[in-house]
Design a protein. Structure first.
Length: 135
């Protein structure tokens, strides 16, 4: 019932729908329902720009037959958006290895390139203390 209630609330009250899904995760032992709840929570968090929450929920789904493709795509993009470029690179590599013809492959390849470039720029930049001392 919590699942059905959360789905019917999704359009009108996303916060309540998310709260019901969180509750569902805490009270059910049904793996299929729990995975579905994590997926919906990850999607909701992604649409709200809550990338730390996307990562929490998506990590539980990486090896899932149905949700793994989307979960890894979310992990690539969310890690990049949080400026955790090394994690973004690792998730992109895992996506490429697991879903080379997946739905998000083009976006994942783009985030991989951006994350590699951003990481290289960070590594090449002088430490903040050295830059401040040079002035």
């Amino acid at each position: 019932r919590l699942w059905n209630d959360s789905l019917s609330l999704r359009e009108s009250d996303a916060a309540r729908a998310d709260a019901l899904l969180q509750r569902l995760i805490g009270v059910t032992e049904d793996k299929e329902l729990t995975d579905g709840a994590h997926y919906e929570l990850a999607r909701s968090a992604f649409s709200q720009g809550k990338f730390d929450q996307v990562i929490v929920h998506s990590k539980t789904l990486v090896d899932h037959k149905t949700y793994g493709d989307t979960a890894l795509g979310f992990l690539c993009q969310s890690s990049f958006n949080l400026k955790d470029y090394q994690a973004a690179i690792e998730y992109c590599k895992k996506y490429e290895a697991s879903f080379s013809s997946g739905n998000s492959i083009a976006a994942v390849r783009e985030f991989y390139s951006k994350a590699c470039l951003a990481r290289a720029e960070l590594l090449a930049a002088p430490p903040a203390d050295a830059a401040a001392g040079a002035k």
